[in-house]
Structure formats: structure tokens, C-alpha cells
Design a protein around this ligand. Sequence first.
Ligand SMILES: Cc1ncc(C[n+]2csc(CCOP(=O)(O)OP(=O)(O)O)c2C)c(N)n1
Length: 558
Amino acid sequence: MAKITGAQCLAEMLAGYGVTHVFMVPAVLRRTFAEMERRTKIKRIHTHGEKSAAYMADGYARASGRPGLCMAQVIGALNLAAGLRDAQLAHSPVIAFTGGRDPKTKFRKAYQELDDVPAFEPVTKWNATVDDVSRFPDMLRQAFRVAVSGTPGPVHLQFRGNEGQIDAEEAEMEPLVEPQFDRVPPFRPEPDAKSLLAALQLLQDAERPVIVAGGGVRASGAQSELVMLAEKLSIPVTTSLNGKDSIPGVHPLSVGVCGTYSRESANRVVARADLVCFVGTEAGGMTTHFWAVPKIGVPAIQIDIEPEALGRTYPLRATVLGDAKAVLAKMLEHADAKTAAKRGPWLEQTRSICAEWRAKYRPLLESDAVPVRPERMCAELTRHVPDNGIVVVDTGHAGMWMGGMYDLREPGQSYLRSAGHLGWAFPAGLGAKCGAPDRPVVAFTGDAGFWYHIGEIETAVRWGINSVTVVNNNASGNQSKRGFDRVYGGEQTEKARELWTYRMVNFARIAEDIGALGIRVEKPAELGPAIQHALKADRPVVVDVATDIEALAPLAVV
Ligand SMILES: Cc1ncc(C[n+]2csc(CCOP(=O)(O)OP(=O)(O)O)c2C)c(N)n1
């Protein structure tokens, strides 16, 4: 076997795994970057911060189903770790490389150096060090294997040397890759027949069942099996926020997103169900409004690829271990369509609950008020996001508005959401566009969220990353308003407002200054044309919408 450098090995293996972009702040693995340029077509996106590099890798991974790569030298390692938290919470296959310590100098107060490895423990599935160059091939293969297998998640490899200089060393190495692990899912474990039939029997016997679909349905690519099973058995479907693209919102069986950042109709349906079927969801706090919807004790069944997830949050009547697509396809094969008739009254009830929701919110979804209402923004996005569009949504109010008020129209549309980090959506949208360059990407964020990584407009312009970012700009983080009003005795005082308001800034002008297309919207009628113009521009675009600072999203219904 020939001797090659770690840099050659790494560059070739990343290309072999189909990596198209890596996101980083220099300087880390410098030689590897030079080898990437010589040997591969991988784009080396250098960003304005390690956290946004991690978010871009995360958006790339969620949009493409392939591991997203991000990197930092030793001094940036904890900034990168901070950015992995959302990937860890969302089960996104991100692989992070950092520079680390050298045995020759560690514990001698080397410049910029700390022991960073422990900080990666809570934000990764696997956290390891590469101390000898001959280990590059097996450690990289294991990184890909862990990132995409079972419930996917982030991996960290720390390379010896503060900038990972170990990549300059040579060893006899074969840059062998395992293509099976270049995307999610590498395996599709089949369910065992007995547990599958037991779960199906409960579903068929139920008079008021509901399916709660989570992000595992997207990871498995099980959307069409899910919808076909729901149709065959006449079962309404709600989703977690992460699973919002399991079924189009306009489908007659869709009742909306349940839980905390939710739609009232979904929680009302779940609360009335006599059986809840969780598919590819952790049934965590956000999805169940902190285990209140449904109440603990309701008859429940769960389908998941991760044995430890089965029954973690709700006691279960039946469990099915397996890949969501494989399990749902088998259920579909064995399902008895004749059992659907008895659920006619339930379907009627769930449809009238959905109609009540729509009638209640129609005036706001169609509002002509100035400043613009966020509900109208959501309705315009429902109308104008293309059939193959990817929507990338921030947390906080952005998550509430879009989770509750936006609808996917087509099975070809995707919805990716922050698992809790404010500021995630804009860089994640850039990463999503890199991961799925042929699909339109529209990020939705508040202004507080947009400020975090506003410098990445320059990255988007420099690398021609043509996503559209729509900013709900109310010159504040007004999701915090209710909480501060409460601690100020229910009154809106000037002092309380200091804690959540900002200056009104025209982000369209900033975007233009940096070289992107900026569109400022101040009237609702301008929204649709602005989104259409942005989608056609083939440039990075910021659509800055001046919205109502007093608009508050409805709270979850229990
Ligand atoms: C990293 C992080 N820090 C703090 C928060 C808490 N938080 C949630 S929403 C929010 C304000 C959101 O403001 P903006 O994005 O402008 O949306 P708006 O509420 O104004 O619609 C804050 C501070 C968070 N989710 N993530």
C-alpha cells in the first residue's frame, strides 16, 4: 500500500462519500483544504463564525439526508460545539472536525488551548480523538456510520494539533469509503410480524385513533406510506413540528401540528383520541405540550427505529421496532380497509374541528392590516412556496407562527425547523441550499433571529448561495413580551420594553449593501409579488417585512 498524507486521505474520502460542501472558519486542516481543491470538487465555505458553520452543515444534512461537515481550529472549537446542539436535539447527521492538542505541548499553557473534548459530549452521538495519522480511514468511516445509523446525530472528531496539523503526516492508508453510510438511512430494519400485527389490530379496532408523525418519517422517506395507511384506514394525522412535512397540511386527513408550537385543531383532535399512534417521534415535551396532549395513560402505540425510544415518554399498548417506511409499508399490506367505515363519525368530527380553526383564523390569515400581520405572511408563503420548495424556520415566535399557520401544499415540499436555537434558520437555510441546490429554499425568521448571523449575507453573496430569507421584522423579540408584561404586573411599561425591543432597521438595505437582493415590504399586498420576485432572482435575497409589534401567536390549547 502506498504512503499518503492524512490530508490526501481525508480529501479523497470526503469526496468518496459524496460531500459537496464543507463549512468552517480557518484555520484548521489547512493541507486537507489544499488537497480538496486539487483532488475534488468540494466547495470550502468559510463563514463568519463557527456556530453558523455548524448550522449550515446542519441545514445541509437535513435538506439532503447526507452528513454535513463543519470544522474549527482549537480556539473556535467551543463555538462549533454550541452550534451542534440543535443538530443533536433534531437528530441531524452533522460531522464536526476540530483541531486539538499535541502531546508534546499539552498542559504547558499552549496558546489558545483548553481540553475541548468534554464539551462535545452532550452535543454528539460519538466524540473521539484522532491521534495517529494511520487512523484517518477507520475513524472517518466510523464517523459516517454513527452519524447516519439508527437515530441519526452529530459526531465530533478532534485531530491532533491546534489546527489539525496531523493531516500533514504520512502513513500507508487506503482511502476506502462505505457508500452505504453516505446518507440516512443506511439500513431499513424490518419489523417482526407479531408486534406489527398487534399494533395494527389496535389501530383497526380504535374508533377515534390519531397518528402523530415525527421527523423520523422524513429521515426514513416514509411520507407516502404514512399517507396511504392513513387513507386506507381513515385515520387523521397530526405531526410534531419536526415532522410537519410528513403529510401536506392541505390533505383532508391532516389536522395540523400538535404540541406547544402548534395548531389548535391538532391538540383538540389528539385530546379526543382513544388511541395515539406515534411514528418516528420522540413524543417529547414540544410535541406533547409537556406530556399534556395526549394525557399520560391514553392508549398509545409507537413505531421507532431506536429501541430505547419505545415507551420512554408514554406507557404503550404495543411497540414496533423498525424503519418507519418498512413498518408502514408492512402495515399497509396487512391493513383491512373494511375497518375504516366505523371511523366515519370521527373523521367528520375532526374535519369540523379543522374547519372551526380555519374560520377562526381566516380574518388574520387574509388580513390587510398595516403593519403586516405575521399570519398573512404565513398564508402568502403557503401560496407561493414552490412545489419542490424547502422551508427553513427559526424557533420562538417564528416556530409558532409557521408551525401553526403555514401549510405545505405538496408532498414534494419540505419543512425544516430549529429545534430550539434562535438564529438557526438563516445559516441553516444557506446550508440547505448547498445540500439541495436544485430546490428553492425559503428561510423564515424574526429579526432577533436574523441579527445573530447577519454577517453570513456576505458568505451567501461570495459563494452564490441563492436562498431566500423572509424576515418578520417587528423591531423586537416580541415573543418575550407576554413574559415580561407578566413580571411587570401585567402592565406594558417602558422599562419592561427595554428587555425585548430593538431599533427598527431596514434589513433590505443592509442586504443590498453587502451585494444581495434586498426587498422591503410594508404593505400586505406587496408580500406575494415580493416572494415571487425573490424566488425568480437567482441571487441571495432578503425579504424584510415590517410587521406588527403587538401581534402575538396563539398559545397551545390543552
Ligand atoms: C439561543 C437562544 N437564546 C434565546 C432564546 C429565547 N428566545 C426565544 S424567541 C426569542 C425572541 C425572538 O425574537 P424574533 O426572532 O425577533 O421573533 P419575534 O418574537 O419578534 O416574532 C428569544 C430571545 C432561544 N430560543 N435561543
